[in-house]
Design a protein around this ligand. Structure first.
Ligand SMILES: [Fe+2]
Length: 270
């Protein structure tokens, strides 16, 4: 048995063109980083909103093992039956009970079991249940079946993300931030063995305002009124992080982030 598990985490995938590009690159990325498990945040996969069945099927067929989402998952009605029917499509666990779907799952890989947990922050976001207390209960449950646990913390505020990572340091293998779409330069292993990065960044069009057409985003800021978002096109990149964790202790050994240009989807990646 392997003595470590390597997890590839793909940052927020924005729109179908990005889904296609991620799918085209996944095989080579998985090989390049020698990963045992792939987790992808797809909360913006359908026109900036949560994934429908089609986006999820494409990602799973390309080699994604677990899809995570976030606050925008509730804005695509078609995400709800997906959440309700597929335990490998997660939404933040700390939404109030009664919402469809789950926020954690255990996946058996060739290198051992991995728990994946998703939580959402409350600073500048909906005031849902406490992510800290929810995390404590969830991690206790996951530990009964998995030593390696990866947490997607979907949050806006950097301080809240760092605080949750400190809170879980030594209890989980990694806390990986999502939601802001801007990759931070602070990937590190915390003192008790938890890998952390404030945000893994976006997979989408970088010629944009966080994946959306610049012109529309500017109108929203300039006029302070609603303008329908449009997906941007151009300068496509895939962002994320790779974490290696010890199979027995669950402690992280390494974390590295990446932000790579995407080849056109109809070309085979080099
Ligand atoms: Fe989000």
């Amino acid at each position: 048995m392997n003595s470590s598990i390597r997890v590839l985490f793909i940052g927020d995938i924005v729109g179908m063109p990005a889904v296609e590009r991620v799918c085209a690159m996944l095989g080579s990325l998985r090989e390049q980083y020698r990963c045992d498990l792939v987790v992808a945040n797809a909360e913006n996969a359908w026109e900036g909103k949560g994934p429908s069945k089609r986006e999820a099927e494409l990602l799973f067929a390309a080699g994604v093992d677990v899809i995570t989402t976030g606050n925008h998952v509730w804005e695509n009605w078609k995400s709800r039956p997906l959440l309700a029917s597929n335990p490998r499509v997660l939404r933040p666990l700390n939404y109030p009970p009664g919402n469809p779907g789950g926020g954690m799952v255990i996946v058996e890989t060739i290198a051992g079991a991995v728990g994946v947990l998703q939580l959402q922050g409350r600073v500048y976001m909906p005031p849902i249940d406490c992510p800290f207390r929810t995390a404590s209960r969830a991690v206790e449950q996951l530990h009964e079946r998995a030593h390696v646990i990866i947490v997607d913390f979907h949050a806006e505020a950097t301080a809240e993300k760092i605080a949750l990572a400190r809170f879980l340091d030594g209890k989980v293998s990694a806390v990986l931030g999502t939601h802001t779409h801007v990759q931070t330069n602070d990937a590190r292993i915390l003192p008790n063995g938890t890998a952390f990065v404030t945000d893994v960044g976006m997979s989408g069009a970088f010629d944009s305002v966080i994946g959306m057409a610049t012109e529309v985003a500017l109108r929203r800021f300039l006029y302070q009124t609603a303008h329908k978002y449009e997906l941007a096109h151009g300068d496509w990149r895939i962002s994320g992080a790779v974490v290696e964790a010890d199979t027995e202790s669950g402690r992280a050994r390494t974390i590295e982030t990446f932000c790579l240009p995407c080849p056109e989807p109809n070309r085979t990646p080099a």
